[in-house]
Design a protein around this ligand. Structure first.
Ligand code: PLP
Length: 404
């Protein structure tokens, strides 16, 4: 074993020793990143085709966001919401104006945003819809991924996410994803909300039938049920629209956002909703977060939004995604069953004969392309939205060596 291999292996061995084994990472140890590129501890360069599960839409270490972070670091980082700070208001003004909602409620991680959405829907159910105390139901989808808190794991249908972590909170009903009729049948007088990912990312980039969200919007409206779209992964340009629900020309009642809102620098999440809902659900003291809306996160998220808008990352995602998907399909690899996705949220599903996805993600790594398998047979390609055509061509040359 040469010295360089020892280097990587030493870090991996250390993590095996001192970290809980709740992940199974690709065996690469990254030390630097810039745009779509990362460098490992042996100075080997890779193209990042995962983007931290879409938290790096603006690319690694974006100079504008870095500069906003550094400027704010020298001034003020945390006040708690016991006091006002001069960063949160301007950030939320930008966010709500851009997204087209009256108000936002800032949190930190995606799971917290989803929890906040659940609380909003339940309070609205009791205060406005008139559901009897503790009877509120929320409908969710088979194969959902909304985070890792116990409430959220409780309505997961993935045994890996759930087994051994109960007892779980009641009040959730699971229906198949992509089936608007199933939603209509599942609604009862106690239903307060339908929580759905516009495209199921963790399930393997599962794109629902055309018009699905539009039908869900009509059904929820007709039945006085809130529509909550979880845009934590699909939002902020990832699928070629600012929010994925815009492909269906609808407006949900609540939108959860996170991941790329922090520009890859800092955890920033939140929910978006209009006044009727926000004002019905929240009053001083009934919800909060020590770090939510802090000035450092607000300054970072504000710059992260600027980058998405100023660099036209939404259109870019659309154009580059179309190009990338065409290239992947044109490979006609006998190992690939289907290429699917929207914008730069893309997955390939392997054929049965191809065997497990992990061997391919490890081979891709050796070739210089970092991607991650999801489940046994699916590989997601979701590079930063700043990716260029030349960079996709570079990646395709490597991808071809693995699949042809
Ligand atoms: C990542 C993700 C979450 C959870 O976000 P965390 O920041 O990891 O808590 C929730 N919903 C969706 C759709 C996600 O992709």
């Amino acid at each position: 074993m040469n010295k360089m291999e020892q280097n990587t292996q030493t870090y991996i061995d250390q993590v095996d020793r001192v970290s809980a084994h709740n992940y199974h990472p690709i065996p690469v140890v990254i030390k630097e990143g810039k745009g779509v590129w990362v460098t490992d501890v042996e100075d080997k360069k890779y193209i990042d085709m995962l983007s931290a599960y879409s938290a790096l839409n603006q690319g690694h270490n974006h100079p504008k966001i870095l500069s906003a972070l550094k400027t704010q670091l020298d001034k003020l980082t945390l006040t708690s919401r016991a006091f006002h700070n001069n960063q949160m208001g301007p950030f939320l003004e930008k966010l709500t104006t851009t997204a087209g909602f009256d108000k936002a409620l800032p949190m930190n991680t995606g799971a917290e945003a989803v929890e906040t959405a659940i609380k909003t829907a339940r309070r609205w159910g009791y205060e406005v819809k008139g559901v009897a105390a503790d009877q509120a139901e929320i409908i969710v989808c088979q194969d959902n991924f909304h985070g890792r808190t116990t409430t959220i794991c409780g309505f997961s249908t993935d045994p890996l996410c759930q087994t051994g972590f109960g007892p779980f909170a009641p009040g959730f009903k699971v229906i198949p994803f992509g089936d608007a009729g199933a939603l209509e049948s599942a609604i009862t007088p106690n239903t307060v909300a339908f929580l759905v990912e516009p495209i199921q990312g963790e399930a393997g980039v599962i794109v629902p039938p055309e018009g699905y969200l539009k039908a869900c919007r009509e059904i929820t409206q007709k039945n006085n049920v809130l529509l909550i779209t979880d845009e934590i992964q699909t939002g902020l340009g990832r699928t070629g629209k600012l929010f994925c629900y815009q492909h269906d020309n609808i407006k949900p009642d609540i939108v959860t956002i996170g991941k790329a809102l922090g520009g890859g620098f800092y955890p920033v999440s939140g929910i978006l909703a209009d006044n009727a809902l926000m004002d019905a659900a929240f009053k001083p003291g009934n919800h909060g977060s020590t770090f939510g809306g802090n000035p450092l996160g607000s300054a970072v998220a504000s710059a992260a939004l600027d980058v998405i808008l100023e660099e036209n990352l939404v259109d870019r995602s659309n154009e580059m995604g179309t190009y990338f998907m065409e290239q992947l399909r044109a490979m006609n690899s006998p190992l690939i069953q289907v290429v699917r996705g929207k914008g730069l949220l893309i997955a390939i599903d392997l054929t049965e004969a191809a065997g497990k996805a992990r061997q391919y993600t490890e081979a891709l790594m050796k070739a210089g392309v970092l991607a991650k398998e999801t489940h046994e047979t699916i590989i997601r390609f979701a590079p930063p939205l700043v990716i260029t055509k030349e960079e996709i061509d570079w990646a395709m040359d490597k991808i071809r060596t693995v699949f042809l």
